[in-house]
Design a protein around this ligand. Structure first.
Ligand SMILES: N[C@@H](CCC[C@H](N)C(=O)O)C(=O)O
Length: 279
């Protein structure tokens, strides 16, 4: 695509290319995600995010992983889209509604500047029904379910935040070989739409360490929906209380699963790195 304007942004190191679909004409977004995400021959990113007009919300987000697959939801991108539409004067609101394939998300812009802004997103209710996640396990909710991978038993807890997550509580995550291990979870036949997988160490009742293997992207420095899913799984397994700080490779996210309305709230930074034009 010639003369395509883009902005590179990240949330806790989870980096995407953002394109204003209100002014730019995108033809094959899936193919574009693959080529632009390439870290040698493209811009380099975990995927592509389109900001589009919406009939029901202020804006609509469409998100593609670096392998070209379209995801229902992306937590880190949601924060960045909020910052993008405000900085680019597409809105003057600091409370923004965003249509996604996983329903409406409510963004609140907090303190910040043109480079970095703190953003909270009401991510809605977690989905625990295995049919809806989807995962081919009848136990409901799926907590500490034994999954055998190459002769080793892992205990998975499954949560959807609009997209599927398998959360594993374990130890020694910094030594895990995720490029070998991650795909064995991602493509396991019990996940009919594949899965994102979070490897979690419990630090204390309000703190977790996390590494993530993302469906369609591989290991990323952070995953917002994954952090929400990990928090929900930690609370359901009684490892943690309802407010949790999650340390990811690229930064921290604060997650609250509120008892009063069952919604998950994610707070973290959204950062603009640079703008450019594809020649
Ligand atoms: N990094 C994202 C999630 C992106 C989509 C995911 N790989 C999927 O295919 O479901 C986040 O911050 O939530």
């Amino acid at each position: 695509m010639k003369n395509l304007k883009f902005t590179k942004m990240h949330g806790a190191g989870n980096d995407y290319i953002y394109v204003n679909g209100l002014t730019e004409n995108i033809e094959n977004a899936s193919q574009l995600a693959i080529s632009l995400s390439n870290r040698n021959f493209g811009i380099g990113s975990d995927g592509l995010v389109l900001i589009l007009p919406s009939d029901s919300c202020d804006f609509r987000m469409q998100m593609f992983n670096s392998d070209g697959s379209e995801a229902e939801m992306c937590g880190n991108a949601t924060r960045c889209v909020g910052k993008y539409v405000y900085d680019n004067k597409l809105t003057d609101k600091k409370e923004i509604t965003l249509e996604t394939k996983a329903g409406t998300k409510y963004i609140t812009l907090l303190e910040g500047d043109i480079k970095t802004r703190k953003v909270t997103v009401d991510m809605g209710e977690p989905i625990l029904d295995p049919i809806l996640i989807p995962v081919n396990i009848t136990q409901n909710p799926v907590l500490n379910y034994p999954l055998n991978i190459d002769g080793k038993e892992w205990k998975i807890s499954c949560v959807s935040m609009g997209n599927p997550h398998a959360v594993v509580f374990t130890e020694g995550i910094k030594d895990f070989n995720l490029p070998v291990l991650g795909p064995k979870f991602e493509t396991n036949p019990i996940f009919p739409r594949k899965t994102n997988t979070e490897f979690i160490e419990i630090v204390d009742r309000n703190t977790l360490n996390m590494r993530v293997w993302e469906r369609g992207a591989g290991e990323t420095l952070a995953c917002g929906t994954g952090a929400c899913a990990a928090a929900v799984a930690a609370i359901l397994n009684n490892h943690c209380d309802r407010k949790i700080k999650i340390h990811l490779l690229g930064g921290d996210l604060d997650i609250e699963w509120r008892e009063s309305n069952n919604h998950v709230y994610m707070t973290g930074e959204a950062v603009t790195v640079f703008e450019g034009t594809i020649l």
